[in-house]
Design a protein around this ligand. Structure first.
Ligand SMILES: NC(=O)c1ccc[n+]([C@@H]2O[C@H](COP(=O)([O-])OP(=O)(O)OC[C@H]3O[C@@H](n4cnc5c(N)ncnc54)[C@H](O)[C@@H]3O)[C@@H](O)[C@H]2O)c1
Ligand SMILES: [Zn+2]
Length: 363
């Protein structure tokens, strides 16, 4: 069993995404023809766990070299990119090579960025192995690295040639990493699809245990939703803002906790607080807010910032969010489950401080 879908890119082109238990077996077929050499870019964890499986799937007939970097967000840097490039140049990789990314969002972001500038651009294929990379980082064509001044500040748009999500490779994903993916999936459901939210709730246990049959359908639905948002953005300017749901408060929680709270945990609490804000502004019915909170709880995700967090400090931290303009944070808020509210400009709006504060205090 597997799910195949076509994701539209900004220029009306599409690429295929395959989600299934042995999706990586298709790798040979997805390579461009000719493809003289494959640069397999992966982090130290995935190299140990699944590199040989991927090299087997590539088969004979071309040069394959693995370029490994130490796992972790702190290595998503220009320095790592440069090291991979220098190693590829040292091995004589030319314009006729393809980059294959094996790993989570850190790996797909770096490998895609390497592919975007290597010899002025070579094709790349993503093999996302974390749930977050599957439903979020592998859709939309954004690639890049962090700098000391902030995350993802240097990068490029470079669409992959194909995305293969192999659910066997995903089985080794540690539990806390599963939460990061589930949060973004629930976010997609609140943005666009109430029945998807209900199926996430009904299948919560099987999702958490990475049951391939359930995961396959849910991942495909999330990719469809993010793909539609990104594709619609070209005509309807700023629609992409809806993907920021839960993230204005979520980023503030990450910041105030000095990144001790995971991205998924912070955004889950952010989702609950932002639904409360939407309810207070009369945008979202109270019953819908309750259903989102119940869904977060059923999925085992937090519904509030960590105990003891000062609401005033969180409010100040929202004003440092890079998506805000001149210290005025903007919120993408739901109008219900499966529907986002239009703001004064596009889908984002400013919210009075007292509304944010009282929603934070309520949580
Ligand atoms: N390009 C985009 O549009 C986009 C969107 C969302 C997030 N991102 C980026 O994605 C990154 C976060 O992604 P992530 O959470 O996947 O981080 P990650 O790549 O660091 O992976 C998290 C951890 O899980 C490990 N791991 C991944 N798959 C595994 C598996 N199958 N088995 C065992 N271990 C596994 C990794 O080695 C790592 O230690 C951030 O840098 C973020 O900026 C990009
Ligand atoms: Zn996120």
């Amino acid at each position: 069993m597997s799910q195949a879908l076509e994701v539209e890119t900004d220029r009306g082109r599409t690429y295929s995404v395959v989600v299934g238990e042995r999706a990586v077996d298709r790798l040979g077929r997805e390579l461009p023809d000719p493809c003289a050499a494959v640069a397999l870019v992966t982090d130290s964890n995935l190299a140990r766990l699944h590199r040989d499986r991927v090299i087997d799937a590539l088969g004979a007939g071309r040069t394959v070299s693995a370029f490994e970097f130490p796992a972790g967000e702190q290595h998503k840097t220009r320095r790592t990119k440069e090291r991979i490039e220098d190693a590829m140049l040292g091995e004589g990789f030319g314009r006729d090579c393809t980059v294959v990314a094996l790993g989570g969002g850190v790996t797909t972001d770096i490998a895609g960025f390497v592919a975007s500038t290597y010899m002025r651009g070579v094709p790349w294929i993503a093999l996302p192995t974390s749930l977050l990379a599957a439903v979020d980082a592998s859709v939309g064509g954004k690639t890049g690295v962090d700098t000391d001044l902030g995350k993802n500040l240097i990068g490029a748009f470079h669409q992959p040639r194909a995305v293969l999500i192999d659910l066997e490779l995903m089985q080794t994903l540690p539990g806390p990493e599963v939460d990061n993916g589930l949060t973004e999936m629930l976010k997609h459901a609140v943005i666009a699809d109430a029945s998807y939210l209900r199926s996430l709730v009904n299948e919560a246990d099987r999702l958490r245990s990475l049951d391939p049959a359930v995961l396959e359908i849910a991942i495909a639905r999330s990719i469809e939703i993010k793909g539609e948002v990104v594709a619609a953005d070209t005509e309807e300017r700023d629609y992409r803002q809806v993907l920021n749901l839960g993230h204005t408060i979520g980023h503030a929680i990450e910041l105030v906790s000095r990144y001790r709270v995971s991205h998924g945990g912070a955004v889950a609490a952010g989702l609950a607080v932002e639904c409360e804000i939407a309810a207070r502004l009369g945008l979202m019915p109270g019953s819908a807010r309750k259903e989102v909170v119940a869904a977060l709880e059923r999925l085992g995700l937090p519904v509030a910032p960590p105990a003891g967090t000062d609401p005033g400090e969180l409010l100040q931290a929202t004003k440092r969010d890079k998506k805000g303009r001149a210290g005025r944070p903007r919120y993408a808020l739901p109008a219900g489950i499966g529907e986002m509210a239009r703001g004064e400009r596009g889908f984002a709006r400013e919210v009075p401080d007292d509304v944010v504060l009282s929603a934070l205090e309520e949580a």
